[in-house]
Design a protein around this ligand. Structure first.
Ligand code: ATP
Ligand code: MG
Length: 268
């Protein structure tokens, strides 16, 4: 596999890096459909079960769907915040039974996806402010590696890069890691292998990505965890109930709990 050949681009109009938000965890991937939103919901539920005040922010500004996976019809969303109708903290919608809150994006709104750098900077400032009201904030990012995604990811203290064992997912995860490491040397980047056939398959997938990072980028992003492929995942999404609420003992639910636990543990 030729992971290193992915072309890097930093792109014009990228706002200057600013200090990361200390309690913000971003979920990114590069490739779409690897389970970012589903994992974000799982982690938010796991944090809430650990008595953390948790917020899930739908940062997929173009194709928001946290609310869809949760079956929410929020009265307030990011669109209203951007229109200045209410402040960001007031846009949070509680998720019944799950114990966390959501700031919903707005699906299909191209204008949100194409925010200019200045508005994006203001949005990130409001996110930093909003985050002070919570113990943990999760940022579900859109697919791809374009400017908005990279800018939002760079605001997070920790960035989880999700992949599966498909070559395209690995290539895109590598591209994402490369760009973030370039714009924020020393960033806390960690890998999640999702939809793994087994723990050992997941380890192998992680090894492939780590080797490419070590060879070509001279960094070694640690493994945040492996989440096994689990039919309960699809079933929970279909019923619009978080997996950890619906099937707390399912294999994937336990894998997510372990990742959340590690994120909550102090480093070292
Ligand atoms: N561990 C898993 N086991 C089985 N199915 C899974 C698992 N993780 C995710 N899925 C399935 O993958 C699908 C895609 O998940 P999700 O929408 O969260 O991906 P995404 O990365 O957020 O996509 P996008 O890039 O479009 O935002 C879900 O419908 C879910 O059924
Ligand atoms: Mg998603």
């Amino acid at each position: 596999m030729t992971l290193a050949r992915t072309s890097a681009e930093t792109g014009p109009g990228t706002p200057a890096p600013v200090a990361p938000i200390p309690n913000l965890v971003a979920i990114a991937s590069g490739k779409g459909g690897v389970g970012k939103t589903w994992l974000s919901i799982g982690l938010a539920t796991a944090f809430a079960r650990q008595r953390q005040r948790a917020l899930l922010f739908d940062g997929d500004l173009g194709l928001a769907n946290v609310d869809v996976q949760l079956g929410l019809t929020p009265e307030r969303d990011l669109g209203g915040v951007l229109q200045g109708r209410y402040a960001m903290p007031d846009a949070a919608t509680p998720v019944a039974d799950a114990g966390f809150a959501v700031i919903a994006g707005r699906s299909g709104s191209g204008s949100l996806a194409a925010l200019d750098p200045q508005r994006l900077g203001r949005l990130a400032g409001e996110l930093a402010q909003t985050a002070t009201g919570y113990d943990r904030v999760l940022l579900d990012l859109g697919a791809g590696i374009e400017r908005t995604v990279r800018f939002l990811a760079a605001r997070a203290r920790t960035c989880l890069v999700v992949t599966n064992d498909e070559p395209t997912a690995l290539t895109d995860a590598y591209a994402f890691i490369k760009l973030l490491a370039m714009s924020r040397p020393g960033a806390d980047l960690r890998v999640v292998v999702n939809m793994a056939a087994s723990k050992s398959e997941g380890e192998r997938t992680y090894g492939t990505l780590r080797k490419a990072c070590e060879s070509f980028l001279k960094i070694s992003p640690p493994l945040a965890g492996i989440v096994r492929r689990d039919p309960h995942a699809r079933e929970a999404i279909r019923s619009q109930v978080p997996l950890l609420v619906r099937h707390p003992n399912a294999p994937a639910a336990q894998d997510i709990e372990a990742i959340a636990q590690a994120l909550l543990s102090p480093p070292g």
